[in-house]
Design a protein around this ligand. Sequence first.
Ligand code: HEM
Length: 136
Amino acid sequence: MDRFVKSFIFMSIFYLMTSSLIGVAMLSNNRYLPLKFIHSHLMLLGWVSMMIYGVGYHILPRFAGRTLKSRAVAILQFWTANAGLLGMLGFYLAAYYNPRAGIYRTVSSAFGGLEVFSIALFVYNMLATIYTKAPE
Ligand code: HEM
């Protein structure tokens, strides 16, 4: 198994654990409910998506009988997906607690854009792998 595949799976499990604890905190006390955006995105872009990226990179090329188009793009996707997610959520929290400082909302949006870029890298790498000509 490639190292970047293991890294995606490790981070996915890390986000699952962290976000579950945030979920329990929200259940225990309403004052943690503002963390709902953090919880839902750690679950969906962290736990769910990163598990799909890791497993997808490992098995989809094999199912298709191809080799992955680019390992470098996959490694870049790992870093941009994690930086995008953590940056978006960190600055979202900063914006929530400092509503008059618009810069935090802007930086959070920029990290959101980085997250979209990472998704585009996955889309490119998978489509370029699966729809390439079969080896002779
Ligand atoms: C580990 C167990 C979990 C706990 C204790 C938990 C707890 C919570 C709580 C307390 C809320 C806020 C509900 C409210 O608005 O009053 C919430 C929202 C949410 N959770 Fe979880 N959750 C868990 C697992 C998950 C999982 C596995 C996912 C998705 C993969 C998920 C996705 C979401 C989403 C998308 C919302 C926002 C829902 C909305 O705004 O309507 N949660 N969760």
